[in-house]
Design a protein around this ligand. Sequence first.
Ligand SMILES: *Cc1c(COP(=O)(O)O)cnc(C)c1O
Length: 360
Amino acid sequence: MQVVHPYIFKTKPYVPGKPIDEVKRELGLKNVIKLASNENPYPPSPKVLAALNQAAREVNRYPDGGCFNLRRSLAKKLKVDEDQLIFGNGSDEIICLAVKAFAAKGYDIIIARPSFLVYEIASTLAGARVHQVPLKGFRYDLEAMRAKVNGRTKIIFIGNPDNPAGTYINQTQAEAFMRSVPKDVLVFFDEAYFEYVQARDYPDTLSLMNKHSNLMVSRTFSKMYGLAGLRIGYGIAHPEIIDILNRLREPFNVNSLAQAAATAVLADGTYYRNIAREISSQRAFLYRSLDRLNIPYEQSFTNFILVNVGADSSHVAGALLKKGIIVRDMAVWGLQGYIRVSIGSPAENKRFIKTLGEIV
Ligand SMILES: *Cc1c(COP(=O)(O)O)cnc(C)c1O
């Protein structure tokens, strides 16, 4: 065996939700639905498909490494400067770039537990020490996180809302937290579910960034905008931070189809607002149905729900899988008794509820 980087074997590889085709193959099933990766259940809009079709004719060329068109549209929409944006192969890449830029052996990262797995994996691979602060009632314990800050702390990750909890920290909490954290610590707000949150007190992090240049935000086209398969997300930060991350990124990290589709998504607001409305009414349907079945759950501000199925969630997730429904067993994330289910189409959600009722 070759000599490898010592941190490689300290991490457990990320285990994604099972792909539909794999489950069909392995279990010999015809009709499989996936409610495991918080994807949008609907296909891209006709306008986005047309843009993809057009861009497909030019894949013999390298993509625009600077994402010119997308950058211009997005900067305008967000009312930020173009040099405050960086695009990535999914927002996962933005998280990894921030870790590569600022963390290393001898430095600390602070995250919640449980939280989105990429924060921990990227930080451990960089050789940084990871402090995990347990959630309190499925919410961030910001005081405990603040108490972990020391002279070696480089980044604090705040999934807002976080995955798998589905809860968020509000404007007042975000403001107080930013005031309390030293200026040389990067506070990274991961807003992958931004487009789903309807709460009035959800923080306006882009305004907070004007006062706190150590605040960075990431968002994605994977969740609400349904481009998970194309891999495109972005970061918003002070130009100095963006400049540092740009030095680390690969020149053509965002492919041309992803750029074309994301630009078209931004110009097709109505289609996506309707999907948001549909998901929100389906969330209410799932709540009502779970209430009827007497199955407890956590209130979510995203397109997934943490469902408390009782002691053996692995058994329940396995039984659902046998019936062709892929969900995530949360026991592996330390939440014994919980599964995480993504909000699907009305037909998918009905099938999930009916099957769950038969199992539990
Ligand atoms: C899904 C998810 C992401 C990553 O999305 P990309 O597809 O890489 O853009 C980031 N953060 C959280 C909390 C997520 O759930």
